[in-house]
Design a protein around this ligand. Structure first.
Ligand SMILES: Nc1nc2c([nH]c(=O)n2[C@H]2C[C@H](O)[C@@H](COP(=O)(O)OP(=O)(O)OP(=O)(O)O)O2)c(=O)[nH]1
Length: 130
């Protein structure tokens, strides 16, 4: 998953109706393909989903979903002027949400509140304060 911050807001997507967990809000990201590093996956998925060129910065955290999918949470940078252009097959819309907006959002994949909780408890650090 890519954790992308701009002006203390998180880049969050609404999943399209054509993918698993349709309509849910989550961080952009996707599955690793054979032979890829996690950084390469991050760069490819952000180009595919949002047409943005990201620069992976560092691994923030790892978690596992109740259905056994392993998630790697990467901090990533994008150029200041770059605007996401979603592929509607994968991403219905995107938002820049503040920490509080993200906390209060409905329709989140359960991994997102877990990530926020880990941040609040100091299990991972971000370039902004809780
Ligand atoms: N993108 C994304 N996926 C998440 C998050 N939290 C979470 O549990 N997931 C799960 C849902 C899926 O099981 C898996 C990634 O799904 P995906 O649908 O985005 O990836 P993908 O394009 O490679 O599709 P798939 O074939 O792996 O389902 O991770 C999150 O914040 N963002």
């Amino acid at each position: 998953m890519a954790v992308i911050l701009r002006d203390e807001r998180f880049l969050v997507i609404r999943r399209s109706q054509q993918v698993t967990a349709p309509g849910k809000l989550c961080f952009p990201g996707g599955g690793i393909e054979p032979g890829e590093t996690e950084e390469q996956t991050l760069v490819r998925e952000m180009l595919e989903e949002l047409a943005i060129a990201v620069d992976p910065v560092r691994l923030l955290w790892r978690s596992t979903t109740p259905w056994g999918t392993k998630l790697a949470w990467w901090l990533a940078d994008i150029p200041d002027t770059m605007q996401p252009d979603p592929d509607p097959a994968e991403v219905a819309e995107f938002f820049w949400l503040s920490r509080l907006e993200l906390n209060d959002a409905e329709d989140l994949l359960p991994s997102v509140p877990q990530f926020m909780r880990a941040w609040r408890r100091g299990r991972l650090s971000l370039p902004i304060n809780w």
